[in-house]
Ligand binder design. Structure first.
Ligand code: G3P
Ligand code: CA
Length: 289
């Protein structure tokens, strides 16, 4: 069972004891305050609003800003190593060019994964970002340890056969705490492979909507066969959708929410967490600031 569910239950228990209607100093009821506190804050590609995405520096910044999870997108190199990168191509976030799958880890390790950020976001540029390396999943596990909370996405599983097997091998090799681990994918097939390999894993089905989001009872029932939650893009969400998902017992973590007003609205509508490039902003919202 997820830690966050346990947190909710204990919070509700505490509120029963105190009556649940006390108003806190910021004007919210104790119950509302608990609800905000339990919203999962997912540092999307690390604190990627402030540092080059998917670098150790970005993940460290996410931790410093009290993100609850480190979000990691996975690609696989020519020699079968899992690395943290969003795109299938090297071009946007390194000084290399071409598909990740056509390069060995050694070749990718020679690339600069930080300078692009300084050029794209001069307001957040830092000299220390120049020359940052693309991390492997193993390096991330070694750096942050077995008890960190990871939220890992299998990207492009169709072009990387065996990606799930390698991911689960590394989770076992580094004895990663599965209670704190979430695995996510847009590919239901990829999630089902992992569910079959290890039914104890907590999985999130990513979803993408291009217009007003609607989810049927049948879709929810199918997702519940292997996943404990959904991660839809936030843009076209509405309260009805969120309430339907939450009432079904699924978690709902929309992506990628970078605006405080929208964060507030989604929490009011009932989401249980969200992905953000600015974990500090979400924490401000959670604290009623
Ligand atoms: O994993 C949640 C969100 O990151 C999905 O979109 O494209 O940013 O990986 P993307
Ligand atoms: Ca992702």
């Amino acid at each position: 069972m997820l830690e966050l569910k346990r947190k909710w239950l204990s919070a509700l228990g505490a509120l029963v004891i105190v009556g649940g209607i006390a108003t806190t100093t910021d004007g919210r009821t104790a119950l509302a305050k608990e609800k905000y506190k339990n919203i999962e804050n997912v540092s999307h590609r690390g604190a990627s609003g402030y540092a080059p995405e998917h670098t150790i520096t970005s993940y460290q910044m996410g931790e410093k800003m009290h993100g609850d999870y480190i979000e990691i997108d996975l690609q696989m190199t020519k020699d079968g190593q899992l690395i943290a990168m969003h795109d299938e191509k090297l071009d946007r976030t390194t000084d290399g060019t071409g598909l990740v799958k056509d390069f060995t880890l050694d070749e990718i390790k020679h690339l600069d994964a930080g300078s692009w950020f300084n050029e794209a976001y001069p307001q957040y540029a830092k000299s220390e970002y120049v020359g940052l390396q693309v991390p492997t999943l193993e390096e991330i596990f070694r750096k942050f340890g077995k008890n960190a909370s990871y939220y890992i996405e299998t990207k492009s599983p169709d072009i990387y056969p065996g990606m799930e097997k390698e991911l689960l091998r590394l989770i076992d090799k580094y004895d990663i705490n599965k209670q704190k681990l979430l695995l996510q994918s847009f590919s239901a097939d990829s999630l089902k492979i992992m569910n079959e390999m290890d039914p104890s894993l907590n999985l999130i089905q990513l979803l993408s909507y291009k217009k007003n989001a609607v989810i049927t009872d049948e879709e929810i029932a199918k997702i519940k066969e292997y996943a404990i939650g959904v991660g839809p893009n936030h843009t076209y969400l509405n309260q009805e959708y969120i309430q339907k998902v939450v009432n079904s017992g699924l978690e709902i973590h929309p992506y990628t929410v970078n605006d405080k007003e929208r964060m507030q609205q989604l929490i009011d509508w009932g989401v249980t967490g969200m992905f953000t490039n600015f974990p500090d902003l979400l924490n401000e919202v959670k604290k009623g600031k």
